[in-house]
Design a protein around this ligand. Structure first.
Ligand code: KIV
Length: 275
């Protein structure tokens, strides 16, 4: 059965952990979907992982729609949430609702995610009022990397921790159905989780959150440009791919691939007439 905002509300109410991974293409989404995961995020991390940018700033609406629609085609049961890219919702509330609508209509999302706390509460309210589920994202918000001055843990001193709590309450009040907490000390994330009636989804925020999300290429060991402390490698798919590609190159050079079983036959009488 297709997972939805109800899955998130039920997970929080029953104390059952919610599971999320990112995906950016049809085949990966189909594979992840088959595990019974609750939701797949088409994160703007696709800028780093798929497109090779050093940050998420250059990711466009067209990128998100193109990859989002591919994931939506592969996700039969998981809720699909598509990230709103940088400057698709910060410019005006009108832009926010129009672009959220495009991710739903053209990207076939089941919900959208956007970064920020009190400052985006107005945009969240309008998008939610349009019938679009919104997942919020606070703590380390990579689209603001130039203001943060680097990928750092957030909410460490009293003022910053109080601001994080204020942001969490503001996005809940605005109607977000869940909130991602990124790079937040575990005790603070647990406190935020206890204060909210909507679920918290942690990434680098410890085990006290209502659910977890990771970038799939990180947890598969496929992306090595930068691996944050919170990433656990659940597999070494990168090594397996390198080994497979090396073996392919060698076999093609040696002529052992393709073998008889990989080729198509033709009647000898037909081929002889062509000589
Ligand atoms: O873009 C992304 O992948 C994200 C997750 C890291 C939460 O926002």
């Amino acid at each position: 059965m297709k997972k939805s905002v109800t899955t998130f509300a039920t997970g929080k109410a029953k104390g059952e952990k919610l599971t999320m991974l990112t995906a950016y293409d049809y085949s990966t989404a189909k594979l992840i979907d088959s595990t019974g995961i609750d939701a797949i995020l088409v994160g703007d991390s696709l800028g780093n992982v798929m497109l090779g940018y050093e940050d998420t700033i250059s990711v466009t609406m067209e990128d998100m729609i193109h990859h989002g629609a591919a994931v939506a085609r592969g996700a039969e049961n998981a809720m699909v949430i598509i990230d709103m890219p940088f400057m698709s919702y910060q410019t005006s509330i009108y832009d926010a609702v129009v672009n959220a609508g495009r991710l739903m209509k053209e990207g076939r999302a089941n919900g959208v995610k956007l970064e920020g706390g009190t400052e985006v509460a107005g945009a969240i309210k309008v998008i939610v009022n349009a019938g679009i589920p919104v997942m919020a994202h606070i703590g380390l918000t990579p689209q603001s990397i130039n203001s943060f001055g680097g990928y750092k843990v957030q909410g460490k001193d009293e003022a910053a921790a109080a601001k994080l709590i204020e942001d969490a309450l503001a996005v809940q009040e605005a109607g977000a159905f869940a909130v991602v907490l990124e790079c937040v000390p575990e005790k603070l994330a647990t406190l935020v989780t206890e204060k909210l009636y909507i679920p918290t989804i942690g990434i680098g925020a410890g085990a006290g959150c209502d659910g977890q999300i990771l970038v799939y290429a990180d947890m598969m060991g496929m992306f090595s440009d930068y691996v944050p402390k919170f990433v656990k490698k659940f597999a070494n798919v990168g090594d397996a791919m390198r080994q497979a590609c090396t073996a392919y190159v060698e076999e093609v050079k040696q002529g052992s691939y393709p073998a008889k079983e990989h080729t198509y036959a033709i009647d000898d009488q037909v081929i002889e007439k062509l000589y």
